[in-house]
Design a protein around this ligand. Structure first.
Ligand code: GRG
Length: 308
């Protein structure tokens, strides 16, 4: 990174500009997603409109940013990571569409807009989620495999993170835990699967796109796991501290649905300390990458300090 020259001639490193980084990665991912999905005019137009409606509704694109930053930490570049960025964002968007359905969290707003089923009806929303999940695998299957990893390994990464032992397991435990008193280890089980698994998968895929070494992959897994858990603790905190306008989704939902969260079990102050501790573990995992982990470091800080 370039530095600013002081009057005395000494150079001070500039702080990493995370907003610019997120803008740059989001713009590239948006272009790649647009190229990867059938246009709204392709028959049946309704499904393609519904898929694109949620995919381009203004999500923060954090998982793609993690994927690109992980690639860079391993000496790779954004271009090779882009198909994997698109795949994880399609899976993430599918999970949000389904989570918002009346049979699940029953929400009217997401990403500051009406939820998919509110605009297209429940049947199309279920199908739009299904189609985005399928699209993710198509994108990953079509990507040029990195030298050290096969397409089969890439597909397995994505299916492991989104299958019945991870993302779906977390959602099942979340549904079954509603209205029940659950312990911190049970809550951790949910957060590891519902949230951390896909964030961790995003970081791992970024590393794989850059032909990472086994040691680098292990470090990225450690980083992704901890940053993913911290992300969900912060999400729980924001649900009680922010307004619906700030979040772009209905605030206070966890309490209304009698969902156990870190703040409801530990209180706000202890929850913030847990998020900080998890982020510190994530920072520690980045040691082997040195300066190349600048973007990952900045992302972990941003995720801890975010307000939406
Ligand atoms: C339906 C299989 C299935 C799973 C649903 C995604 C999910 C699991 C539930 C949604 C609610 C929730 C708290 C999910 C945890 C992950 C999370 C915090 C999602 C929101 O991610 P952001 O903030 O969203 O990155 P944007 O909209 O910015 O992409």
């Amino acid at each position: 990174m370039s530095g600013t020259a002081t009057r005395a001639g000494a150079r001070h490193p500039q702080p990493f500009d995370i907003s610019a980084y997120l803008e740059r990665t989001s713009a590239a991912v948006n272009r790649a997603l647009d190229r990867s999905l059938p246009s709204e005019r392709v028959k049946p137009a309704t499904i393609h409109k519904a898929m694109r409606y949620s995919l381009f509704a203004g999500g923060k694109r954090l998982r793609p940013a993690l994927c690109v930053a992980a690639a860079e930490a391993c000496g790779g570049a954004m271009e090779a990571a882009l198909p994997y960025c698109c795949a994880v964002e399609c899976i993430h968007t599918y999970s949000l569409i389904h989570d918002d359905l009346p049979a699940m969290d029953n929400d009217d707003y997401r990403r500051g807009k009406l939820t998919n089923h509110k605009v297209f009806g429940e049947g199309i929303a279920v199908l739009a989620g299904d189609a985005l999940l399928t699209q993710a695998f198509e994108i990953a299957a079509k990507a040029t495999a990195p030298k050290r990893f096969s397409t089969q390994q890439v597909i397995l990464e994505i299916s492991n993170a989104s299958g019945s032992l991870q993302l779906i397991a977390g959602q099942v435990a979340d549904l079954e835990g509603e209205g029940k008193k659950i312990s911190v280890p049970e809550l951790k089980y949910i957060h590891e699967r519902k949230t951390s698994a896909l964030l961790c998968c995003s970081a791992r895929l970024g590393g794989m796109s850059a032909n990472c070494t086994p040691r680098e992959l292990e470090a990225l897994t450690d980083f992704g796991y901890h940053v993913g858990l911290a992300f969900q603790v912060i999400d729980d905190i924001l649900d009680v501290t922010q307004t619906s306008e700030q979040l772009g989704k209905t605030a206070g939902k966890d309490q209304a649905a009698q969902k156990a969260t870190y703040p409801s079990i530990l209180g706000l102050e202890k929850s913030r300390a847990v998020a900080q501790r998890l982020t510190d573990r994530a920072f520690a995992a980045l040691k082997p990458f040195g300066k190349r982990a600048e973007a990952l470091n900045a992302l972990a800080t941003y995720l801890l300090q975010r307000d939406r």
